[in-house]
Every structure is written in structure tokens, then in C-alpha cells.
Design a protein around this ligand. Structure first.
Ligand code: PXL
Length: 284
């Protein structure tokens, strides 16, 4: 049995509407990974589709938490960030990376800020530039196509996409500074949807596409990134890790669609966890 990995997940807690920490924690725990957290904010719901949500910013708690952990000599096998709510949080998280980065650990940045050609309401195009800088400190980044376009300061185009276009995005994204890139929301025709992966060191590119399920389901980016990280921490190679994450996400979306659930509440990933555990080869 290999040693259990310990990571830290740095996201908000949205109390209702599964996303960020309420998705990352159960998925990574099911994958057998000890997951410490830094909550960046507490919201009554996420910001995508509910009105009147509360928002308690926890930025000022982050550095004292880090200082305490430094005094305990804590280290992490991975640092995983998602939704960050302000420029100040970008700066503090960047410092946190400097503190905890090691040769052998993995920084995954999911630059959560936009979808379907638009930034989420609380963000400005300038924020995307700040996020692009943070991506430069990551080992792996997981943007969707909208986030990629905002970070590269390019106009968003709707698909289906040509491979040439996807591959030019992958390469420009890795030029932001991270060796590996997983681009989500990729489709080359109208029947499939999934992710493309790129490893700058080896030059390997892969496409992990699955049957497209119509409809926009909230929090699926967090479901995907958490499953991807789970697979990478179990030493699956990048393409295979992305396939595991695509399959897990699609299964969760399909189940949610069949149940007719309000899309704002997120997807039923909980009942896909047994299959995730199987696909990670964790059953004896
Ligand atoms: O799933 C991404 C996400 C995470 N956290 C908050 C959000 C969103 C997307 O809208 O609003 C608070």
C-alpha cells in the first residue's frame, strides 16, 4: 500500500448548489486522498443563477492559517485552487504557492471565472489577466475554452472547433508557464464533448471526448478538476486521467438530467463515486 497523499484545496464554500469545496472534498476523499482545506469565502449559494446570495470574504484568514501551518512544518503533495474572489486572493495564493511548492508536488490551478463566452458577473477582464499570472505558477491548469480566451486576451468563438485551433490554444496556454494543460469544453462536432490535454515537455496531445449531453449543469468544472487531480495523484498519465475525469463527469450529468433536477443545484456526482473508485483501481 503506498503512502496516503495529503493535499490542500483552496476554494470557497458555497453552502447550497454543489461546487468548489462541497465537490472537491467528497471526490478527493473517495479517492483516498487526505484533503486539508483553506476556505476562501462562505456564500449562501454559488453565484451562478441564484439571486441575493450572502458572501463572507475570508481573505484575511488565509495568511494566518499559512503561518500556523509553517510553524507545524506541514507539507502537501498537491495544492489545488479553484474559485478565487479577488485580486488580493490571487496575490495571497501566489505567496502560498511560493511557501509550499516543492520539486515533487503538484500545483493544479483551475482558473474558475467564466463559461459560455462570458465572465461570471463578479469578474472583470483585468481579473483574467491576474488569473493568467497565477496559472504561470502552476504545474497543471484546467481552463475551459472561455477562460482560456479571456486569459489569452482572444475573442471567444463557439464550436465545433478544428483541432488546429484547440492545439494552438493548448500551446499558448502552456506558454503562460505551466507544463501541462487540460482544456475543457472541447468539441469537434455536435455529438461529442470533452477535454484536450497537452504536455509541453513530451509534446503529447490527447482528446478525451464523450457523448454530449444537452444542457448546462452547474459545478461540472469542479467535478471534472477534482476527479482529474484524484487520478493524477494515483499516477495515471495525463490523457488517461482526463478520460477518467470525463467519464465520471458525464455519468454524473446524465444521472442528473434523467432525474430532471434544477441545474443550479449541481450534478449528482455522489452516486458516481463507486465507479470513480473502480476506475482508479482502488478496490484491493
Ligand atoms: O463552480 C464554480 C464556482 C465556484 N464557486 C462559486 C461560484 C462558481 C461559479 O459560478 O459562483 C462561488
Amino acid at each position: 500500500m503506498s503512502k496516503q497523499k495529503r493535499i490542500v484545496a483552496i476554494h470557497d464554500i458555497s453552502c447550497v448548489g454543489k461546487c468548489s469545496l462541497t465537490v472537491a472534498l467528497p471526490i478527493l476523499s473517495a479517492a483516498g486522498i487526505e484533503t486539508s482545506v483553506i476556505p476562501t469565502a462562505v456564500l449562501s449559494t454559488h453565484t451562478g443563477g441564484f439571486t441575493g446570495f450572502t458572501y463572507r470574504d475570508l481573505t484575511e484568514d488565509i495568511l494566518p492559517i499559512v503561518d500556523h501551518w509553517k510553524s507545524l512544518n506541514l507539507g502537501f503533495d498537491s495544492l489545488y485552487t479553484g474559485f478565487l474572489g479577488s485580486f488580493e486572493q490571487l496575490k495571497i495564493v501566489s505567496e502560498l504557492f511560493d511557501t509550499f511548492k516543492r520539486e515533487d508536488n503538484l500545483i493544479l490551478v483551475d482558473p474558475v471565472m467564466a463559461d459560455n463566452g462570458e465572465l461570471y458577473k463578479i469578474f472583470t477582464p483585468d481579473f483574467a489577466k491576474g488569473m493568467a499570472k497565477l496559472c504561470g505558477k502552476a504545474d497543471i491548469i484546467v481552463p475551459n475554452i472561455t477562460e482560456a480566451c479571456f486569459m489569452l486576451d482572444e475573442p471567444y468563438q463557439a464550436g465545433p472547433y478544428k483541432k488546429d485551433y484547440i492545439e494552438s490554444l493548448l500551446k499558448k496556454l502552456s506558454d503562460l508557464g505551466s507544463q501541462r494543460v487540460v482544456l475543457t469544453g472541447v468539441y469537434l462536432d455536435n455529438d461529442t464533448l470533452g477535454a484536450a490535454t497537452y504536455d509541453k515537455k513530451t509534446g503529447d496531445i490527447s482528446y478525451q471526448l464523450s457523448q454530449k449531453v444537452e444542457g448546462y449543469y452547474h459545478g461540472t468544472g469542479d467535478v471534472f478538476a477534482s476527479a482529474l487531480l484524484s487520478a493524477l495523484l494515483h499516477d495515471f498519465e495525463l490523457g488517461k486521467a482526463a478520460k477518467i475525469a470525463v467519464d465520471f463527469t458525464v455519468e454524473s450529468i446524465k444521472r442528473t438530467k434523467e432525474a430532471g433536477t434544477d441545474i443550479r443545484f449541481g450534478v449528482n456526482f455522489e452516486q458516481s463515486l463507486p465507479n470513480l473508485i473502480k476506475s482508479l483501481d482502488l478496490l484491493d
